[in-house]
Design a binder for this molecule. Structure first.
Ligand code: NAG
Ligand code: NAG
Length: 421
């Protein structure tokens, strides 16, 4: 044993054993999942009316709603960008879709559409020509015409952006094991070292290099190596502006949800959330103001994209009414706090090691365990129990419950230690 420990073989063996143990743990926890068998509404084609909410009319519980007129939108495309609080929005969409029996376009046996390949309709689980879905919301690299082909013409397109400095920091940390370019950075403070002189370490041809530069534009389907003043960046921005009815901003998450509610004509109840896939503070590299500037400079095309949509976002808030927004945000926070108290033990997120129920354990990057999760309160009545449970079910488990079997693909992903979440 001692000989092994001293050499690289010991490390390798340790790694393999750990992976194997984690794998076993995951596999064993699967059959224990409470499997709901939601009967999904099957649409043969986009021509049929997908809204079958059994004559349900939207009530106007107290909160001021716009003049009646609107009916809740059931056809939604969510372009799930990386590292932008998008897992929390995914959970909101899953819950709404499940509640209304909507049909999701899911990837086949995985939680992304063969990212970083461009989206194409054949990646959709069980796809047959002419098929049409209510919701598309898993990670993908966006291709407008392909996405449009699987949705009804009235689908609402939404996405979310975040300050590229933070996207960069988060992606750098999270995808490190997938990006060989970062393995050779010597210093302990890899992020700082990289930002000092990115071109020393970066190459556009490096394997998975897109995780390190303009990841937002890349996710949206564009070239991530464009200079910010390249006319193609402006064209990309205009195309996104034209296609997406709402571009949310992670820094203003609650305001974003209120605009989402308005855009989709949903109820406040539908937007309640607990933050999912959240890292514990200690695993987040605190960037200095100078490093943030460097990171924005390095991701200058994304920075331009972000500033543009931050401006359109606030223009929308202006139209919505600042006071009305403030009122609605306060109400959302109040209802969220109430829900967290009802559903979650201690009312807040805990570290991975403190989550007792394996089926509520979020997926952890290999050897890190930095993602936090929740314990469901034990004393909730049956009515609230299912609702609460869904609210804090991590993405992979929720997809499993919605009928996507991920475990074969997860085996290989587990080996690599990273999943696109
Ligand atoms: C996007 O999809 C269309 C077909 O719908 C295809 O012609 C085009 O090449 C795709 N774009 C990219 C960049 O893959
Ligand atoms: C985003 O917009 C808000 C409101 O106008 C502004 O205060 C903030 O500085 C903007 N952020 C960026 C990065 O432009």
């Amino acid at each position: 044993m001692r000989r092994w420990r001293s050499g690289g073989r010991g490390l390798l063996l340790g790694g393999v054993l750990t992976t194997f143990a984690m794998l076993l743990y995951h596999m064993m926890s699967v059959p224990l999942l409470e499997v709901y068998h939601p009967r999904m509404l099957v649409l043969a084609s986009c021509d049929r009316d997908p809204i079958l909410t059994k004559g349900k009319t939207i009530s106007t519980k107290g909160a001021p709603r716009q003049v009646s007129g609107c009916s809740p939108k059931m056809n939604v495309m969510f372009m799930k960008t990386h590292k932008t609080a998008s897992s929390t929005i995914l959970n909101i969409l899953f819950r709404f879709g499940e509640k209304h029996g909507l049909r999701f376009a899911f990837p086949n046996s995985r939680n992304d559409f063969v990212y970083p390949e461009m989206f194409n309709r054949l990646q959709v689980k069980g796809y047959q020509p002419g098929m049409c879905f209510n919701m598309v919301c898993n990670h993908m690299r966006f291709n407008e015409s392909e996405v449009v082909s699987v949705l009804p013409p009235d689908a609402t397109f939404i996405t979310i952006l975040r300050d590229p400095a933070d996207v960069f920091e988060s992606a750098f940390h999270y995808f490190n094991s997938l990006v060989p370019l970062t393995w050779v950075i010597p210093a302990k403070e890899k992020l700082a070292e990289f930002l000092k002189d990115p071109w020393r370490y970066y190459s556009p041809n490096g394997y998975n290099s897109f995780y390190l530069k303009n990841l937002l534009l890349f996710d949206l389907g564009y070239d991530n190596n464009l200079e910010p003043d390249d006319p193609r960046v402006e064209q990309a921005i205009q195309a996104v502006d034209k296609r997406f009815q709402l571009v949310m901003v992670a820094e203003y998450f609650d305001e974003s949800l209120i605009l989402l509610k308005d855009t989709l004509c949903w109820e406040l109840e539908d937007l309640l959330f607990l933050r999912l896939n959240m890292r514990r503070d200690s695993s987040i590299s605190k960037m200095t103001e100078h490093q943030r500037m460097q990171a924005r400079d390095w991701n200058a095309a994304d920075w331009r994209l972000y500033r543009y949509f931050n401006a359109t976002f606030w223009a929308k808030v202006e139209v919505y009414g600042r006071e009305r927004m403030a009122r609605e945000v306060a109400e959302l926070r109040r209802r969220n706090a109430e829900m967290a108290t009802t559903c979650v033990e201690g009312g807040r997120a805990v570290e991975a090691d403190s989550i007792r129920d394996a089926t509520l354990q979020p997926w952890q990057p290999l050897g890190d365990r930095s993602i936090m999760g929740y314990n469901l309160r034990k004393d909730i009545d049956d009515v609230r129990h299912a609702e609460c449970r869904r609210m804090l079910t991590p993405e992979l488990q929720y997809m499993y419950e919605l009928g996507v079997n991920l475990w074969a693909k997860l085996f290989w992903r587990q080996m690599l230690g990273v999943i696109n979440l």
